[in-house]
Structure formats: structure tokens, C-alpha cells
Design a protein around this ligand. Structure first.
Ligand code: ADP
Ligand code: MG
Length: 341
């Protein structure tokens, strides 16, 4: 009998690993294939960067509370974030959309208003795409091309023991914003007269609906004369993305609970939702912050940058990626990640 293996038994990362089996790059200008935030291509003078992302209705977004304009902005920001994660500059995007007949021309205008606004904000050109009909709602895929000076590129697999671990911005907000929106949706479904109770929650809602790619941090690192020894963007959650960075670099890490940057609104939302703020910071996704390592000698150059928090350090024990808690315990960092392909 033929065997059938459920995709859920592998999970997203197991599946990518399996796809990658037996794939070897054959062209001399393919510097890096599968495995980082973007593929790296030798353009001669500099490196080209190439990355692609999917956004599917019902899987990645829920249009009952996600305005199309914001969705358009978010898909570009998320794509740009993968270029930022290579310490690169985004240049061109290609956007594919598939639409069911549920969508009007005006709805498509709204989506593209967001896409065009993001292209302007991130200084990228929308250079093409494909348009198709769909039977299952809205599907969007964004590919982005970027570039980076060869001596500035930051891979995932080059962190060194004793490097300092840094993260930009704050963590957990996007996940908590989503939980608030989901909660309001349930209330609304029960009683459509209800007004949403989202006062004072603008920051976390915005983190979910209108995230920014941290190009500002990429530029500020350059101005400070710092090249991260390794970098990844936090799209799946700090825990999951830190584990990628460590596994690929062959190092361990210690992160400090009391150093995790969490906004006041995130603490409030977490307590209202009965979710641990630390859990949200560790496992909530979609913050699109940059997680990177720097050598200790670069500490002085960025320690006063308010956008950057030092959350821990890398070790030579690759078996141990641990959270040093406020009560001085060390607990293993584990990824919740997603597994519902
Ligand atoms: P990110 O979260 O930064 O977008 P992913 O976790 O989606 O990265 O992907 C990790 C790596 O696996 C990337 O190098 C990506 O290009 C590659 N990858 C993901 N899906 C596929 C696929 N279907 N075929 C080939 N490579 C893939
Ligand atoms: Mg990424």
C-alpha cells in the first residue's frame, strides 16, 4: 500500500527541509539558496537579494477586521522585512493577486492603495505581477528584489559565541493586537450592534494591521559603522527565529526575561486577554523586528540607540538556547511555530 504522511507531522520547517533535500545550486552566481531570509545572487559589484512570501485569506488574514488598505501595506512591509534581515536595501517588488468574485473593483483599489503607499514609504518600485481569479477568496504573493554591498551582508548562520544579541523595537504587540481583534470579532458576531472596545489599544492594533519593516534600523546600523554578525527578521516569533539563528550558526544563546522589550500597551492587552506578556513576546509572530548579533567591540556604537535592545548573548554550547528568568532560573527556549499547513 502507498504510504501517506500528513504534512502536519513535519511542520513548516520540516517540510522546507524535505523540499531542500537534494537541491544543490548549480550556477556560479547563486551565492546562497534556500535557508536564509532571501536568496543571494552575485551581481558583480554587489549582491542581489531575492525573497517571496504568500498571504492567504483565512490563513494569514481575516478580512472581517483587516482593512484591505492595511493589508496591502502589510504584504509589502513583510516582504521588505526579509531584505532588511539580510542588511539589504529593497528595490523592486512583484505582486501576484488572485481574487474571487466577492471582490469589487473598489476593493482592489483599496488593496493597491496600501500597496502603493508602502512602495512609496519603503522606496521600492512595483514592477509587475500576475492577476488571476480564485475560488477561495483573496490570495496575494509578493516577491522582492534587493541589493546589499558584499561586505555588509548579514546571514543567519554567522553568529559567533560571545556575540551580543540585539532586537529592534518591541515584541509581542502584533500577536496581542490580533487577539484583541479576534475577540472583538466574536463579540460582534454575537451582537452586531456592539461597538468595538479598542480605545487605548491603538498601538497593538497598529502593530497587527500596519507593521513596518525596520529599514530605519538597517540605515542606522550603517551610520553607526556596525555590521551585524548575523541577522533574521522576527516573523514567526522571537523563540522560533532565535532557534533558527542558533541552529544555523551552530551556537547557543542566553536571553534575559527582564531585558525583553515589551510596550506598555502590550502589557495591558496581555493582562486583559489573560495571556502572559513574556509568552506573547517569545511566541507571538508578525512583529517584523530585526533580531541580530554584533561583536562585543561594537557595543558602544549602538548602546544609546533607543530602537535597539540588548537581550542576551551567544554561547558556544549549541545544545542550549535558554531564557534566564527574573527568578534566576534558566528554561529552554522552545518554538511554538505553526504546523497547520
Ligand atoms: P521567512 O520567514 O524569512 O520568509 P521561511 O521560513 O518562509 O522564511 O523560509 C525559510 C527558507 O526556506 C527561505 O530560504 C525560503 O526561501 C525557503 N523556502 C520556503 N518555502 C520554500 C519552497 N516551497 N521551496 C523552496 N524553498 C522554500
Ligand atoms: Mg524572514
Amino acid at each position: 500500500m502507498e504510504t501517506r504522511t500528513e504534512i502536519s507531522s513535519l511542520g513548516e520547517f520540516g517540510l522546507i527541509k524535505r523540499i531542500n533535500e537534494g537541491v544543490s545550486t548549480q550556477l556560479p552566481d547563486t551565492v546562497k539558496g534556500i535557508g536564509d531570509d532571501a536568496a543571494v545572487i552575485d551581481n558583480g559589484e554587489d549582491f542581489g537579494l531575492l525573497s517571496s512570501d504568500f498571504f492567504l485569506e483565512g490563513v494569514h488574514f481575516d478580512l472581517t477586521f483587516f482593512p484591505l488598505k492595511h493589508l496591502g501595506y502589510k504584504v509589502i512591509a513583510a516582504a521588505v522585512s526579509d531584505i532588511a534581515a539580510m542588511n539589504g536595501i529593497p528595490r523592486q517588488v512583484i505582486v501576484n493577486v488572485a481574487l474571487s468574485n466577492r471582490f469589487s473593483v473598489e476593493a482592489v483599489d483599496e488593496l493597491y492603495l496600501g500597496i502603493k503607499t508602502a512602495c512609496r514609504d519603503f522606496n521600492v518600485d512595483l514592477t509587475g505581477g500576475d492577476t488571476a481569479s480564485s475560488r477561495t477568496g483573496l490570495l496575494i504573493s509578493v516577491s522582492v528584489l534587493g541589493r546589499v554591498k558584499k561586505d555588509r551582508i548579514a546571514y543567519r548562520n554567522t553568529a559567533k559565541p560571545n556575540d551580543l544579541l540585539c532586537v529592534s523595537g518591541d515584541l509581542g504587540g502584533a500577536y496581542l493586537g490580533l487577539q484583541l481583534l479576534e475577540r472583538e470579532k466574536q463579540v460582534f458576531l454575537v451582537n452586531p450592534q456592539m461597538q468595538p472596545e479598542l480605545d487605548g489599544k491603538d498601538y497593538v492594533i497598529q502593530r497587527q494591521l500596519r507593521p513596518e519593516a525596520r529599514m530605519d534600523v538597517v540605515y542606522e546600523l550603517e551610520e553607526a559603522g556596525v555590521i551585524p554578525t548575523a541577522m533574521i527578521d522576527v516573523s514567526d516569533g522571537l523563540a522560533s527565529d532565535l532557534l533558527h539563528l542558533c541552529a544555523q550558526s551552530g551556537v547557543g544563546a542566553v536571553i534575559f526575561e527582564d531585558r525583553l522589550p515589551i510596550d506598555d500597551q502590550s502589557f495591558l492587552a496581555a493582562s486583559e486577554l489573560n495571556i502572559g506578556a513574556i509568552t506573547a513576546a517569545l511566541n507571538g509572530g508578525e512583529d517584523y523586528e530585526l533580531l541580530f548579533t554584533v561583536s562585543q567591540s561594537d557595543y558602544e556604537k549602538i548602546r544609546n540607540n533607543p530602537k535597539i535592545t540588548f537581550i542576551g548573548y551567544m554561547t558556544d554550547n549549541k545544545e542550549e538556547v535558554v531564557l534566564h528568568t527574573k527568578s534566576d532560573n534558566r528554561v529552554p527556549v522552545t518554538a511554538q511555530g505553526w504546523s497547520n499547513v
